[in-house]
Design a protein around this ligand. Structure first.
Ligand code: 5AD
Ligand code: SF4
Length: 442
């Protein structure tokens, strides 16, 4: 039997796409393996969001060349494949396949062709494509990624995603519910709904509020998460659905990008600093105990000291539980690359701002986390933190990582823990017996 190995870079959407590709190829008779060494087909599922993501892949392709057995097929899939297309075949002569996110249906036949020596590129967008007839081959046993929307119709000026993933389209609600029921039947209790601007989901008759309620009502599903929403798509309906659906977790990842209204305009984010804060307040008012995490970019063209200070002050105003911080990376073809060259921020300034931002974000998270020691909460055990060390990694509903000692048989189980320590970012916890009601005296 032929074997296939897929190496995944980038976001959860890519992880989910790799699961779909594995599923499709398995159905076609390929056995998934967990190493490129000796595999018949090796696919690298790539990300193009920042320059360094692509550099990593280029470096990795060089390494893989050495691991490949003679005659093995090497392919590049995902956003970098879509972005570079045939250019990838020119720069790396070992690569035989370049397949974009909407063309995975063609993989079996393209691989066949490659085995006969062909080299090909498949990068057409397909607005109907949701891979409904593929069965994802999942490797994560505790939670399931469920794509509900592909592509993006926003045009944030820094972002390559609209180019690499095409226009926005939503899966039908009934299909999302069907897949949720399937994973629940396999014993999975947590689902993560994925979309580039997931809360703009609309399948023609149902919106994201309907989707949250429908998925949250599936038997056996105890936790529903979603990523990433856009602040402008938090309608009252969506917030109410989040608040009123018990399975939907008390966490939202709400990309802010910048705290300056002028900067947000240059980024074409379509909201102001005040709009963002108002969105946070509406969410917090509706959902007690809501944790909020975010994405922030520093060094976008023309970022002034004042604008950067606005980013720090909005972080302090919101008090994020955590933030992913990025240095701006110019992506070929995006509107940001057409801004005046004198707007470019010197690398040393970007570095200094980046460090200041990380220190601010960490300081806030640490303060918040220290304040929670002693709290009791429900966690879901996700995996062994260290193989054999009897240390487990668990997660709270509000997305805190909690390390708990215990044996691997607890993976997939829910425990009540007391938070006993924190590094500032993650917690340690001790399982506590749920207090039983005392027997009535007779
Ligand atoms: N440079 C730096 N960061 C970027 N992001 C998206 N595009 C870029 C870019 N060109 C960040 C945004 C987004 C996250 C997924 O990646 O913060 O929310
Ligand atoms: Fe990129 Fe903006 Fe779309 Fe997010 S919303 S994928 S940042 S264009």
């Amino acid at each position: 039997m032929s074997t296939v190995y897929i190496e995944t870079y980038g976001c959860q959407m890519n992880v989910s796409d790799s699961e779909l590709m594995y599923g499709k190829l398995q159905a076609e008779g390929y056995a998934p393996v967990d190493s490129p060494v000796g595999a018949d087909v090796v696919l690298v599922n790539t990300c193009a969001i920042r320059e360094n993501a692509e550099q990593r892949v280029i470096g990795r392709l060089g390494e893989l060349r050495r691991d490949l057995k003679p005659g093995a097929v090497l392919g590049v899939t995902g956003c970098m494949a879509q972005r570079l297309g045939p250019r990838l075949l020119e720069t790396d002569t070992r690569v035989q396949l370049v397949v974009g996110p909407d063309a995975y249906r063609l993989l079996p036949q393209l691989i066949e062709g490659a085995r006969n020596g062909e080299r090909s590129t498949a990068t057409d967008f397909d607005l109907e494509e949701h891979y409904e007839d593929f069965t994802a081959r999942r490797f994560e046993g505790v939670k399931a990624w469920i794509p509900v929307q592909r592509g993006c119709d926003y045009r944030c000026t820094y972002c390559i995603v609209p180019t690499t993933r095409g226009p926005e389209r939503s899966r039908r609600l009934a299909e999302v519910v069907r897949e949720t029921q399937e994973v629940a039947a396999q014993g999975i209790t947590e689902v993560v709904l994925l979309g580039q601007t997931v809360n703009s989901y609309h399948d023609g008759s149902a919106d994201f509020a309907d989707l949250l309620r429908a998925v949250g009502a599936v038997d056996g599903i105890r936790r529903v998460r979603y990523t990433s929403p856009h602040p402008n798509d938090f309608s009252d309906r969506v917030i109410a659905a989040m608040a009123e659906t018990p399975a939907v977790c008390e966490h939202v990842h709400l990309p802010m990008q910048s705290g300056s209204t002028a900067m947000l305009k240059r980024m074409l984010r379509r909201y102001s600093r005040e709009d963002y804060l108002a969105c946070v307040e509406r969410l917090r008012a509706a959902i007690p105990g809501l944790a909020i995490t975010t994405d922030i970019i520093v060094g976008f063209p023309a970022e002034s000291d004042e604008e950067f200070a606005d980013t720090l002050s909005l972080c302090r105003a919101v008090r994020f539980d955590d933030a992913f911080t990025f240095k701006f990376s110019a992506r070929e073809g995006t509107p940001a690359t057409r801004m005046p060259p004198e707007w470019t921020i010197p690398a040393a300034v970007v570095d200094a701002r980046y460090e200041a931002l990380v220190a601010t974000v960490r300081g806030i998270a640490r303060e918040k986390n220290l304040g929670r020691l002693g709290e009791r909460m429900e966690v879901l055990v996700e995996k062994e933190a260290r193989k054999g060390g009897e240390l487990l990694q668990a997660r709270s509903r509000d997305f805190k990582t909690v390390l708990v000692s215990g044996t691997p048989d607890l993976v997939g189980r829910y425990l009540t823990v007391e938070l006993t320590g924190t590094t500032g970012a993650t917690f340690t916890g001790t399982p506590v017996q749920e207090r039983q009601p005392l027997p009535m005296a007779v």
